[in-house]
Design a protein around this ligand. Sequence first.
Ligand code: NAG
Ligand code: NAG
Length: 195
Amino acid sequence: MFLRTFAALAAALALASASLAQPAARSDLESRAPPDLQVWVTSSTDFCVILPRAKYSTIGDSEFPGGAKSYCTKRYDSSQGKVPAKFFTSGPFVSKARGKSGGRQVQLTGCINASASPRLQPNDGGGQYDSAPGGTDGKGNPAGSVCLGYNHYVQIVEPDANRICIRCCDNQSDCPLQFDTSGCKKIIPGRYDGC
Ligand SMILES: *[C@@H]1O[C@H](CO)[C@@H](O)[C@H](O)[C@H]1NC(C)=O
Ligand SMILES: *[C@@H]1O[C@H](CO)[C@@H](O)[C@H](O)[C@H]1NC(C)=O
C-alpha cells in the first residue's frame, strides 16, 4: 500500500518536473527571437506592443517583413522602441485570468491617443499583429515575433477607435487569429474605459 502510494507520488513528481522543464526550453527558443520582435506583458507598467517601424504608417502598410517592431515601457535593447508618453488615455488594464480553454493567458487593454505616437495615423481603421501561424507566410506578423513566456499572442490596434489590445496565450484557441477585422472589444474583451 505504502509502496504503491510512493510509486504514484514519484510518477506525479516526474510528471511535474517534466512539465516544469518545458517553459525553460521554450524561453531558450524565445530568447533567440531578436529583441525587437519580442513582446511581453508583465504588468501595466512593464509591457511591449507591436507598432509600425516607419513614421505615420497605417497598420496595414506595416504588414510586410521588417515593417513593424516592439515598443516597450522598459526596453532592455536599443533595437526596441519606447511606448510614447501619454499614449494611453485610459489603462492600460492587465488581466491574468485564465482563458476559456483553461490555459494561462495575460492581456492588456486600453484606450490610446493615436496622435501621441508618431508611428500611427489617427484615421487608420487598424489591423492585427500576431505570432505564428498568423501572417501571410504563417510565421507571424511581424514574421518571427513572439510573446515571452507564452506560446502565442494576438494584438489589435485601432487608431481611429482609440483602442489597443494584446493577449498572450498558452492555448492558440484563446488567441484566435481569424477575426482580424472584428476589433479589440470582440477579440479581446476587457476594460476599454471611455473608448
Ligand atoms: C486548447 O483549447 C481547446 C479548446 O478549449 C482544447 O480542445 C484543446 O485541447 C486545448 N489544447 C491544449 C494543448 O491544451
Ligand atoms: C493627443 O496627442 C496629441 C499630440 O501629442 C496632443 O496634441 C493631443 O492634445 C492629445 N489628445 C488627447 C485627447 O490627449
